[in-house]
Design a protein around this ligand. Structure first.
Ligand code: ZN
Length: 280
């Protein structure tokens, strides 16, 4: 891969990598490799904490010089029955506890959907679920980011499919603790994206920014994301939009890819850094 000569190499001071991106690595190995590669931030997926003392894991990350950006993920508020919704709230409170112990200031929410009920009902349950979590989030000083998901996941993963819907709920909840996460994979196609990013920025709701790319063809709707520059998403253009709207936080590389998980993860991490410098 070559860098573009007209553009200075982007520095890595805002580069964050999600542990799921290098899923074959245990958390400690990921932390060591990220630190050595010059990555400055880490977003931790809850599966990476399994069997660990969460507070000790957080200390280990900080010792490696990594800022902990967020914990992924909470959500899945929508259920056809009350017991399912209650179980989801209990699990979200545990996620907030884990974030607090880890030292993560933010929990990202994949909000959920159920094939057995209309999307509008799921959205109402999502809003009520977030409202029910607010006291616990405030007590622990952990913020919540609603991440809209691409509509191809509207059946079972999220009834929040546009940034407009995420903004609507964040604004309706009306708490400084609740904002949105903009993931280019989910929102790149949206003709209202620019105006909704601006709306989120005006309201102080731009909490997180996730990057990857959309490959053509995409052979797996969940686990075939590309590196920035490998697909059709205008990652730089969207980055410019979030920055115009006031976002200056970490830029998080979040890639689910069977293809990349199968390769040597050191080489993959080098490609992530290169792609970030060249295409983000
Ligand atoms: Zn994301």
């Amino acid at each position: 891969m070559s860098t573009e000569p007209t553009r200075p190499l982007a520095d890595l001071s805002r580069l964050c990598v999600h542990t799921i991106t290098t899923k074959p690595w245990p958390l400690e190995q990921a932390a060591d490799a990220y630190g050595a590669a010059g990555v400055k931030g880490i977003t931790v997926w809850r599966d990476a904490l399994a069997g660990r003392n969460v507070a000790a894991a957080g200390e280990r990350l900080k010792q490696q010089g990594l800022r902990i950006i967020s914990l992924c993920r909470g959500g899945f508020f929508a259920h056809v029955d009350g017991a399912g919704r209650q179980a989801a709230l209990d699990d979200n409170r545990r996620a907030i506890d884990e974030a607090a112990a880890l030292g993560a200031p933010l929990v990202v929410l994949v909000c959920g959907a159920q094939p057995g009920q209309p999307l509008a009902r799921s959205r109402a349950q999502i809003q009520r679920g977030i409202e029910a979590l607010l006291p616990h989030a405030e007590q622990n000083d952990v913020r919540l980011a609603i991440e809209p998901l691409h509509p191809m996941y509207a059946d079972s993963r999220s009834a929040i499919n546009t940034l407009a819907q995420a903004n609507d709920i964040a604004l309706a909840v009306g708490s400084d603790m609740v904002g949105v996460a903009v993931d280019v994979y989910h929102v790149w196609w949206d003709p209202e994206l620019e105006s909704e990013i601006a709306r989120a920025g005006r309201a102080g709701k731009l909490f997180a920014f996730h990057v990857c790319d959309w490959k053509t063809p995409t052979v797996d709707l969940l686990e075939d994301r590309g590196l920035p520059g490998e697909g059709c998403i205008d990652v730089r253009g969207i980055r410019a939009s979030v920055e115009r709207a006031g976002f200056n936080g970490f830029i998080e590389v979040e890639i689910f890819s069977k293809h990349y998980w199968a390769m040597d993860q050191e080489q993959f991490l080098s490609r992530i850094v290169e792609a970030y410098r060249t295409h983000v």
